[in-house]
Design a protein around this ligand. Structure first.
Ligand SMILES: Cc1ncc(COP(=O)(O)O)c(C=O)c1O
Length: 290
């Protein structure tokens, strides 16, 4: 098997030829930020929005961005020449390699830039038609969840709780309110109205979340953004997960109990159809970003 081509500090190289210093702040402190962009038939879905969020993450951690959005888009296009079809592009920027380990932010370092691609694993037909099982847990992560940080230990440990019982995601509750899941945003539906948690520091504001809010508005689906108490999550007619790889997926079992009637609901089916239409329009338009 040939080694996939990846991007490292401005160069395209086989993945196994890329070596990173043990002093890299990303390795030592998890001091970096990242993005994952879905690509359908060679076209990024909301590429610009992903790089705008990368900029917000970098601003939050006081890291200078080595590239403009246009430059980033160009670098991904070059990488995609080696990876046809549907892909996930993973982009990571760390604070670089200082001469010694010290918590204090070093000055004048060149950041480390790494990008790789792997085939996009969209939800299976079975998952879309039947929904997935999730569990809940207390949200024990930090209070800067709006930063798409590579320090993911909290999310990793949260995700493992559901993996341990064969469930798809861990839905998180902080101080009696729904936040998000370990690697996805969460929406609920009550009496035909979709609800999404506020865009604050307690969730990562998903690019898919924002796209769904827009598609709901365009498609006349009622949607409110407001705090969602745990009791509303547990009595919801529908619960969905959203992310760049999960798209929009119905949760039909939560902590072993059926959600609503235990089948993906009508509002989910409408949003899923709107999402698929959006993807199809994107593919038809070719390289023009959505
Ligand atoms: C914690 C968390 N929340 C939400 C999301 C969804 O974000 P997006 O729709 O941009 O993929 C992710 C995606 O990885 C995530 O890790």
């Amino acid at each position: 098997m040939t080694t996939p081509i990846a991007h490292f500090n401005g160069q395209l190289l086989p993945l196994d030829k890329i070596h990173i210093s043990p002093l890299d702040r990303g390795f030592i402190f998890g001091d970096g930020v990242y993005e994952v962009i879905p690509v359908y038939g060679g076209t990024m879905l909301r590429g610009r929005e992903h790089f705008e969020r990368l900029q917000r993450s970098m601003d939050e951690i006081r890291l200078d961005n080595p590239h403009t959005v246009d430059e980033w888009m160009g670098l991904v296009e070059k990488l995609l020449e080696h990876h046809p079809g549907n892909q996930s592009v993973y982009i990571q920027v760390t604070r670089g390699v200082p001469p010694k380990r010290d918590h204090v932010l070093p000055k004048g370092l060149a950041p480390t830039v790494f990008m790789m691609c792997y085939p996009l694993a969209s939800p299976s037909r079975e998952q879309v038609e039947n929904g997935v099982a999730c569990i809940t847990a207390r949200d024990f992560r930090w209070e800067k969840c709006n930063i798409k940080s590579t320090s993911l230990l909290g999310n990793v440990l949260a995700r493992q709780l559901s993996a341990d019982v064969g469930a798809t995601e861990t839905v998180l509750i902080r101080d009696g309110f729904l936040t998000e899941a370990s690697a996805s945003n969460v929406f609920v539906v009550k009496d035909g109205v979709a609800l999404a948690p506020p865009r604050d520091h307690l969730i990562l504001l998903g690019i898919t979340y924002d796209l769904l809010v827009k598609l709901a508005a365009d498609g006349a689906v009622r949607l409110e953004v407001r705090p969602i108490p745990e009791v509303e999550l547990r009595s919801a007619d529908e619960v969905w997960l959203t992310s760049s790889t999960k798209e929009v997926l119905a949760v039909t079992k939560l902590d072993g109990q059926p959600v609503g009637d235990g089948r993906p609901g009508p509002v989910f089916r409408r949003m899923h159809a709107l999402f698929q239409e959006h993807k199809a329009r994107l593919a038809a338009r070719g390289k023009v970003p959505a």
